[in-house]
Design a protein around this ligand. Sequence first.
Ligand SMILES: NC(=O)c1ccc[n+]([C@@H]2O[C@H](COP(=O)([O-])OP(=O)(O)OC[C@H]3O[C@@H](n4cnc5c(N)ncnc54)[C@H](O)[C@@H]3O)[C@@H](O)[C@H]2O)c1
Length: 316
Amino acid sequence: MAILLTGIAGFIGSNTAQKLLARGEEIIGIDNFNDYYDPTLKERRISQFLGGHDFKLYRFDIANSHDLAQVFAENKIDKICHLAAQAGVRYSFSNPDIYLQSNIIGTNNLLELAHKYGVKDFVFASSSSVYGGNKKVPFSETDNVDHPISLYAATKKSNELQAYVYHHLYGLNCFGLRFFTVYGPWGRPDMAYYKFTDSILNDRPIDVFNGGQHKRDFTYIDDMVAGIISALDNCKGYEIFNLGHSQPVALEYLISIIEDKLNKKAIKNYLPLQAGDVPETYADITKAKKFLGYNPQISIEEGLDKFLMWYIRYIV
Ligand SMILES: NC(=O)c1ccc[n+]([C@@H]2O[C@H](COP(=O)([O-])OP(=O)(O)OC[C@H]3O[C@@H](n4cnc5c(N)ncnc54)[C@H](O)[C@@H]3O)[C@@H](O)[C@H]2O)c1
């Protein structure tokens, strides 16, 4: 099976590629190695794949339809796993353009070429952020998601609509996966658990918004990758799935676990809840359990242990 995987050098993309290659799939990867965070981390993530006979890498921006068309012309693609995106809620306040280019135009270029080249299956990353300020927990796929509170969230909701059009018009099988706060080894330096670890180890204060009271449904990378691969294996029709751990954790508790494991106290700088931030994310995963056999296993304590071991080995 030849799988086109966008965002291959990203946190989730590189981990997904590793599992797919291990089970014998052929991977055609695309990434533009942008500097939203240190690109050397991206290079290190994919260095293990380079030179493998089942692995091909293209370095360019998916918003460039000409370059993208070349990849489809050169390769026979069976499935698409679209994980490339400009991520991050706060960054979208100051850099709206890049979200429109990468997330809206980039995604549409892929959908259009999938249709043109007869690719049947399209699995793509959406986000829990589409739920906006949804007060009802846990968040269910049937909840209304018409009120995003950041441009990032709006682009992810748009991706779900764009994919639906290609499913409706051309019968493309599309599964949209709403990821809930993914963490683990090789993670993203812009995310809170990573920044807290870095700051605690380097005696820098950490910004704790909303008194550390807001909650995130932290989901360990291996659990998430299992869900993505099951979506690739079972993609049929058009479906949206929540992929989370379904056990929200307060930021204050997350910090206390990191402090305990590092045996070092954080210097906390308490700040109010930020615009665009939601107080809680909490996934109802009934649908993914039923249709994808999704069954997240790793507790926050165990997952952070694995992350911190990796961090101390590779980053410190
Ligand atoms: N990590 C999370 O908690 C989380 C939560 C919800 C949704 N998501 C979504 O999951 C996907 C993967 O996220 P991640 O955490 O691995 O992020 P990441 O930033 O580590 O990975 C994204 C990768 O895509 C690449 N990329 C970005 N724009 C591109 C473009 N225009 N052309 C080519 N490559 C491009 C980046 O260089 C990066 O390597 C994204 O779509 C993200 O929005 C992630």
